[in-house]
Design a protein around this ligand. Structure first.
Ligand SMILES: [Fe+2]
Length: 520
């Protein structure tokens, strides 16, 4: 992981116990535009390298306290991003090979020409520049890919996960938490996601949200090390255990909708300005995506609530229409319960035809309201005991059309219209109101026609007594092909037979059988 970015001139550390050599190299390299510092041995060099970031170390091999190879070893162990050139006064191939094995970039033998050193340094810095450029390019591509993934998500959780993972991986953070503003409680923030590296699960420190909000002035992230840490944590223990802290506000239209907090508990692992900027870019993209995802979720929730309300409204409407149909029948003792019975018989036929549950529901509801159009016919005409006059017949025959006009304007009742409008059509085309023939009559109309006819015959009417089942079925069979669809008649007879209608006592035919049908 790169821990430093070099915006200024490259920095070189010259390490040699001979003051003269330090001076010569320092002078020459400074004139080349480099920033040069010196150290008299490996130990002093190591301390300086941990204090500041360098691009290159030029080190003598033999020095008191700590030699060049040991310094190289320590640099490797600390994974400092610095190239090393070894200068050896005891030049043997073996020493050079050893230095290269331990990760040295190159070596120079004493006595050396200063121009040679300058040449090697320039070559090393150029290589380092290219490597860092490559790394930055890889990082940019990776950040771009993460950013794209964030912007394409419509759920909050994956966005939070990507942001937290990126903070852990790209910053090398030991613990990352993400807080979001509460939906109902504006200005209050709750932790929504966290990730800790192994061994740091218990070390997670919660920063002071109020302090962070105060420090986010201008939506600027917070980056703190050392003594500055104390102000962000509630307890001194936290501030002492945290080595570095970075907090990025998630801002949407000047409102802070969340905060991303990253802590390092590892000595020497600090967050730098470049990492903070990268995370701020991602956080900015994430903030908008989170807001979009939240709005989208609200939209879905509202849609769902609306659908539930709509369903309830539709159900209420259906029940109201069924209530009207029942009220209509209640006014006449002969037709009381007629539509309910027709709906049972119609369902029986529908099941015999293998209709889907959804179609069966439509069959049942259609049957319950099939005579709703009678609502517009004076009750004295409907319940007349004697024979109807031609004018009265004409009025009676308007009820399918009246029913259609009642239901048609209501979108979710419109699918009941075929049954209501066509249940008096005859298979041979002699019915009304349209005189449709055979399969031109909607199936649901042909089903209800059979069920309606059977119930009308097997119940008392003002103008005649109820027929027994066998007699009614004989009449139904006789009408198959003229008034009624023969296939549906066959299905009806088969289904009634399956339920035991054909074996029942003629005097008990309707009621016991209804109990059976009602239980389906
Ligand atoms: Fe009717």
């Amino acid at each position: 992981m790169e821990t430093a970015r070099h915006e200024e001139a490259p920095r070189v550390l010259v390490v040699d116990d001979e003051k003269v050599i330090r001076g010569i190299l320092s002078d020459f390299l400074t004139t080349e535009g480099l920033i040069v510092r010196t150290a008299e041995n490996g130990e002093a060099a190591l301390a300086e390298l941990q204090r500041r970031s360098y691009n290159l170390v030029i080190s003598d091999l033999k020095m008191p306290r700590m030699g060049g190879l040991e310094l190289l070893e320590a640099i490797n162990q600390l994974q400092l991003p610095v190239l090393t050139i070894i200068i050896s006064g005891f030049g043997t191939v073996e020493t050079a090979i050893e230095a290269m094995k331990r990760g040295a970039y190159d070596y120079v033998l004493k006595p050396f020409k200063v121009e040679d050193i300058v040449h090697i340094v320039k070559r090393a810095l150029e290589r380092q520049r290219l490597e860092r450029e490559n790394m930055r390019l890889r990082e940019a591509v990776s950040v771009y890919q993460i950013s794209e993934a964030i912007s394409q998500s419509l759920s909050v959780e994956p966005i939070l996960r990507l942001l937290v993972d990126t903070a852990v991986e790209e910053l090398g953070a030991d613990a990352v938490t993400l807080l979001l503003e509460d939906d109902e409680n504006s200005g209050q923030y709750s932790e929504r996601m966290r990730r800790c590296r192994d061994g740091h699960e218990d070390a997670l420190s919660q920063p002071k949200v109020g302090e962070l909000l105060r420090c986010y002035e201008g939506a600027m992230p917070v980056l703190a090390h050392g003594a500055k840490l104390q102000q962000f944590f509630a307890t001194e223990i936290d501030a002492e255990s945290v080595v570095a802290f970075c907090s990025i506000p998630l801002v949407v239209r000047h409102r802070i909708v969340g905060m991303l907090n990253a802590c390092s508990y590892t000595r020497g692992c600090k967050f730098n300005e470049g990492q903070r900027k990268m995370l701020a870019v991602l956080a900015s993209r994430a903030a908008f995506s989170i807001e979009n995802a939240r709005l989208y979720q609200h939209l879905l929730d509202s849609k769902q609530r609306l659908e539930v309300a709509n369903l309830s409204l539709e159900e209420n409407f259906r029940q109201t229409i069924v209530g009207f149909a029942n009220a209509l029948e209640e006014s006449d003792r002969y037709t009381r319960g007629h539509s309910e019975r027709v709906s049972h018989f119609a369902r029986l036929i529908g099941e015999g035809l293998g209709l889907s549950e959804r179609d069966l529901d439509r069959v049942v509801l259609s049957a319950k309201v099939h005579d709703i159009g009678k609502i517009g016919i004076p009750s004295e005409k409907l319940n007349k005991a004697g024979r109807l006059t031609p004018d009265e017949i004409a009025i009676f025959r308007t009820h399918p059309e009246k029913g259609r006009r009642i239901l048609d304007p209501i979108p979710f009742l419109r699918d009941l219209v075929p049954a209501v409008y066509c249940h008096h059509e005859c298979y041979d085309g002699s019915g009304y109101p349209q005189g449709l023939r055979g399969p031109d009559i909607p199936l649901i109309g042909r089903i209800i026609s059979v069920a309606d006819t059977y119930d009308a015959m097997t119940t008392d009417r003002a103008y005649r007594r109820a027929l027994p089942h066998a007699a009614a079925m004989a009449e139904i069979r006789r009408c198959a092909g003229t008034q009624l669809d023969p296939e549906i008649v066959a299905v009806f007879e088969r289904e009634l037979g399956r339920l035991g209608f054909d074996r029942a006592d003629p005097g008990q035919l309707v009621l016991p059988a209804m109990a059976l049908v009602g239980g389906i």
